[in-house]
Structures are given as C-alpha cells and as structure tokens.
Design a protein around this ligand. Structure first.
Ligand SMILES: NC(=O)c1ccc[n+]([C@@H]2O[C@H](COP(=O)([O-])OP(=O)(O)OC[C@H]3O[C@@H](n4cnc5c(N)ncnc54)[C@H](O)[C@@H]3O)[C@@H](O)[C@H]2O)c1
Ligand SMILES: O=P(O)(O)OC[C@H](O)CO
Length: 357
C-alpha cells in the first residue's frame, strides 16, 4: 500500500503543536506515511506578510505558536482544497465554530476512498431540531467518512515544549484504525491510549471547557483551591450525567483516561477558558468576546460557546437545566444574565448535595 498522505486542517495553537508531533512521526515511519504533511493555514497578514509564507520560510507559526520550530516536512498551504484533496488522513483541529464552513468546502472534493479523519476539536454542534451533534458526526455526515477523535490533558504550549503528557484516541473501528492513528500521534513525550468509547472521549473534551469557565469565575471571585476542587467534582458529575443522558450505557472507565479527569484538572488550572473567565469577573461588565480578543491574540476559548450550545440543547429537551445547574450557570454568567457570584449559589444548592441517604 502507498504511504498515507496526512493533512492537518488548522494551524492555530493546538494545530501547530500537533504539527510538531505529526511532522516527526511521519518522518520516522516512511513505510506508513508520506513524509510531507500539509497544514491548512487560514491565511492572514502579519506585518505585511502572509502567515503561510512566513511558516514555510521560517518553520515557525509566529502568531499562534511563537518560539517553536515546526519540522521541515510540514508545509503550510493556504488553499483548503489543495491541502486536502489527495489526503488519506485528515486531522481536524480548528475552533469548532468554523467546522461547518470547512466541511461544505471539502464536500465532494476529497479522494473517493481510503480517507479517514480524526478530530482534535473540543466542542459540540446543535442539530436543527435541537439535539446533540458531535463534531466528529458533523464531519462524518458532511464528508461521508469515518472520524475518530483525540482528546486529553494537552495544553498546547506544554505539548510544544515536549513536556510529558498523555492523550486518548476514541476510535469506533478500534482494531482497523487504532494502530495507524496511534503510530501517527504516539511519541515518548505524548503517550496515546486508544479506546472504543469515542463519543465519551469527545464529550469529555467538549464539556470540560464549560467547567473550566466556572473555575475561572471562581478564581476571579477570589475563591481558592477547595472551591475549585468542588467545581471540578460537580462538573465531572454533570459530565458523566450528560454522557449517560445522550448515550445510555457508556463506559465510566473512559472518564479515567487522559480525556476525562486529567483534562479537567489541567484546563481548570492552566487553560485559556479559565484565564478569560477569571478576567471577565475582574473586568466587571466588559463583554467576554472583548476580553478574549485582548488576552488571546486571535486564539479562541471554546467554553462560552459550548455552554451556550449545551444550554440550547437542554432548553429544547425541556426541564434538563435543573439536572445540569453548573453548565446552566456558566452560560447565564457568560451571557450576562446572572452575576458571577451566582456560581457560588449554584454550587451551594447543587442536587449532588440534596441526595437522600
Ligand atoms: N490550544 C490548546 O491548548 C488546545 C489543546 C487541545 C485541544 N484544543 C482544541 O483544538 C481546537 C483548535 O484550537 P487551536 O488552539 O488550534 O486554535 P486557536 O484557539 O489557536 O484558534 C485560532 C485558529 O483559528 C483560525 N481561524 C480564525 N478565523 C477562522 C475562520 N474564519 N475559519 C477557519 N479558521 C479560522 C486561525 O487562523 C487560527 O489558526 C479547539 O477545539 C480547541 O479546544 C486546543
Ligand atoms: O486552553 P483551553 O482552555 O482551550 O484548554 C486547552 C486544552 O483543551 C487542555 O487540554
């Protein structure tokens, strides 16, 4: 079989960090992978020069991952179709609000067969009738291919610094697709476990961003580590309930993979969602979008949007808000309907404290 051609769809903070890994693993496995990795770059001008040209000349994404060199086999391509049309493996890694438009451009323009995708995107989508649509399902439905997921406790700057960490690949066709995907991402610094419970893996990645917003509000209000631990615990309870609501009979063990508890912890202490939400409380009234712009230099915090999407889903399903008060409070605070101090009332009155004994 010809070596598989790999394309990274996205070149933000995580897309660029993952390009360092995939650039290296494809070079190390020439039998399996074509050594050139195309990376789609949403083009923008930096000091009068195109970002894609800067990346190809300096091998550095100066805007989204400054100071880290990308392997020389990673080639930035600003044309989406050109970057993807001959690919066998598509790695989707963009903020989730852009997936729909990317998929409509790609639809009908990929190789006819032998193509699979993997989503590194932490977010959800809402079906027209208000149901849950996973981002991997959005990709599968639009492009007619299998989409696995990779999630974990992976702050991109730390991964790019080659600090040790773990990640979880969720793969419905574990035996067929697991081995090749593991080969693509597994390194001495980035250890991969492959599980079959892909929907739980993906939902952990999406929902932990909502919990991270609550952690940020708590930091902004001046609460300490005990409060944050309570937020992590109650957030985890809501995550497990949410997964069980949409996918009854899911595997609780998946929450003990890197995509579950580990990602919750790292995000609630070191993530961008936490940072933006802390600043939101301290700024007293400034819109979140403005704070995100000021603090993240073009990067995106996915928690507030995910909280809104989950809120809308629960609204359509009727009566679910009471079962997920932390998720609900995060949306209400982000959208200015409730003061940040409302978070503490929500924790205090959480149904987890009202159980009979
Ligand atoms: N950064 C992390 O530490 C990290 C770690 C794990 C997972 N993730 C997840 O990976 C996904 C991507 O995150 P990221 O950190 O790579 O991105 P990012 O937050 O750095 O977002 C910026 C990217 O979005 C692109 N962009 C801006 N406007 C666009 C448009 N209209 N269409 C398409 N692209 C556009 C920019 O060019 C840039 O590449 C998210 O779901 C995130 O939750 C991030
Ligand atoms: O910086 P955040 O909050 O988007 O989190 C980044 C990663 O998802 C952590 O695993």
């Amino acid at each position: 079989m010809a070596p598989l051609k790999v394309t990274i769809v996205g070149s933000g903070n995580w897309g660029s960090a993952i390009a360092r890994i995939v650039g290296a693993t494809t070079k190390q496995n020439p039998g399996e992978f074509d050594s050139t990795v195309k990376m789609w770059v949403f083009e923008e001008m930096i000091d009068g020069r195109k970002l894609s040209e800067i990346i190809n000349e300096t091998h550095e994404n100066v805007k989204y991952l400054p100071g880290k060199i990308l392997p020389d086999n990673v080639v930035a391509v600003p044309d989406l179709l050109e970057s993807c049309q001959d690919a066998n493996v598509l790695i989707f890694v963009v903020p989730h609000q852009f997936v729909g438009r990317i998929c409509s451009t790609l639809k009908g323009n990929l190789k006819a067969d032998g193509v699979q995708a993997i989503s590194l995107i932490k977010g959800v989508s809402v079906r027209k009738e208000g149901g849950l649509k996973l981002i991997s399902e959005e990709i599968e439905e639009a492009l007619g291919l299998d989409c696995s997921v990779l999630m974990g406790a992976n702050l991109a700057p730390e991964v790019a610094a080659d600090n040790f960490c773990e990640a979880t690949i969720g793969c419905k066709q574990r035996k067929d697709q697991g081995p090749i995907l593991k080969k693509l991402f597994h390194t001495p610094h980035f250890r991969i476990n492959v599980v079959e419970d892909a929907h739980t893996v993906e939902l952990c990645g999406a929902l932990k961003n909502i919990v991270a917003c609550a952690a940020g509000f708590s930091d902004g209000l001046g609460y300490g580590d005990n409060t944050k631990a309570a937020i992590i615990r109650l957030g985890l309870m809501e995550m497990t309930k949410f997964v069980e609501h949409y996918y009854p009979g899911s595997n609780l063990e998946t929450f003990f993979e890197s995509c579950g508890v580990a990602d919750l912890i790292t995000t609630c202490y070191g993530g961008r969602n936490r940072k933006v939400c802390e600043a939101f409380v301290k700024a007293g009234g400034k819109p979140l979008a403005e704070i995100e712009k000021e603090l993240l230099n073009g990067q995106s915090a996915q928690g507030p949007l995910t909280a809104e999407e989950v809120y809308l889903m629960m609204e359509k399903q009727g009566g679910l808000h009471d079962k997920f008060p932390l998720f609900t409070a995060v949306h209400k605070i982000c959208s200015g309907k409730v003061e940040p101090t409302g978070l503490i009332d929500c924790l205090r009155n959480h149904p987890e404290h009202m159980r009979d004994f």
